[in-house]
Design a protein around this ligand. Structure first.
Ligand SMILES: Nc1ncnc2c1ncn2[C@@H]1O[C@H](COP(=O)(O)OP(=O)(O)OP(=O)(O)O)[C@@H](O)[C@H]1O
Ligand SMILES: [Mg+2]
Length: 331
């Protein structure tokens, strides 16, 4: 099968003058090379496309693919992850991962938590701030956790993210609003253990790829920040969670959110325990990192005994299954 690859490469944007922080969510050349190698090992013909502009040019030039493997994160606005899938929908070209609506909702963590809460999945009490002045009127008890409402890869998350008093709440929310030019999500701080849950598949066929504990030893309030994510070696301890009631709770939260939101093919759900020890939804990553060395979903796949080619094969199989079902029902 001829499989196109859509992605946003860090170096292209650095060359245009973007900063390291602005490009931290984007891909390195090794990531694309790893995906090409896995697709080739599965017997496919990988074809690099690139970002949304390259996709538009290729489409207008008449190029077509049997499937597009899409990991393009985009750069601007709340539709940045939805852009490539929306274009592919318009051109009726099948692609991996979620549709434009799911990607837009999950990118906005406040909107996403509203949906998740309505699904009956536990998630920390929260508010979305437009202005730091509004922080004073919040009814949420301290400690609180603050982050930009629509970023990933730990952007805007550091040791100031946990706030314990009104002064820190006002200062940190004002700083985040100014730095990221978007709303700020204020949540009850979840003090318990943290897990990231890998999922492969869609709907009823979605299955757990692994439940990995993310543990930062020696710091009770440690959070999985941008700095930690980039420099995880020797700092973060990763381990698969053993079977038992806790794993059932964590898996149940992750799968209910994944299925309820309509996420497809593969990704990760981040979960943390509240003060009562119950699993709470933090956020979903329907375009999870797929670097074969550093990304959480591949890492937990290896811990569970799988390899990278199996993981990519399962994602492609899930996408093709959806596509075949649609084709046969529209005949
Ligand atoms: N309510 C909370 N209580 C405690 N810690 C939290 C809370 N929300 C987020 N965190 C911490 O901050 C980290 C990053 O938060 P989150 O997963 O929302 O950010 P992200 O940048 O989108 O992450 P990713 O790299 O997975 O895309 C979490 O892994 C967790 O350690
Ligand atoms: Mg996360």
């Amino acid at each position: 099968m001829r499989i196109g690859l859509t992605y946003d490469m860090r170096e292209e944007y650095l060359a245009l003058g973007y900063t390291e922080e602005e490009v931290v969510e984007l891909d390195k050349p090794e990531t694309i090379e790893g995906l090409e190698a896995a697709l080739a090992a599965l017997g496919h013909q990988p074809v690099r496309i690139g970002n949304h502009r390259a996709l538009a040019a290729a489409l207008l030039a008449g190029e077509r693919w049997d499937l597009v493997f899409n990991i393009a994160e985009g750069m601007h606005g709340l539709g940045r992850e939805s852009l490539v899938p929306a274009m592919l929908d318009a051109w009726k070209i099948p692609y991996t991962f979620s549709d434009p609506m799911v990607l837009a909702i999950s990118l906005h963590k406040g909107m996403c938590k509203r949906v998740v809460q309505q699904l009956g999945v536990p998630t920390a009490p929260f508010a979305v701030l437009d202005r730091s002045e509004d922080a004073a009127g919040l009814a949420l008890p301290f400690p609180l956790f603050l982050k930009p409402v629509a970023e990933g890869t730990g952007k805007g998350i550091d040791d100031r993210s946990v706030v314990r008093d009104p002064e820190a709440l006002a200062a940190v929310s004002a700083d985040l609003l100014a730095r990221f030019e978007q709303q700020v999500l204020v949540e009850t701080f979840l003090p318990g253990r943290e897990f990231t849950v890998g999922i492969v598949g869609t709907g009823a066929k979605a299955r757990i790829a692994g439940v990995m504990e993310v543990h930062i030893p020696g710091d009770e309030d440690a959070v999985y920040s941008m700095e930690t994510k980039e420099n995880y070696v020797g700092v973060v301890h990763y381990g698969l969670l053993e079977a038992g009631p806790l794993r059932e709770d964590v898996e149940g939260v992750a799968l209910a959110a994944w299925r309820g939101l309509g996420c497809r093919d593969g990704g990760r759900v981040d979960v943390r325990l509240d003060a009562a020890g119950r699993a709470n939804f933090i956020e979903v990553n329907p375009l999870a990192g797929l670097n074969h060395v550093h990304s959480d979903l591949p890492i937990m796949t290896y811990m569970a005994g799988g390899d990278f080619t199996d993981l990519i094969g399962a994602i492609v199989a899930s996408a093709l299954e959806r596509t075949d079902a649609r084709r046969s029902s529209s005949r």
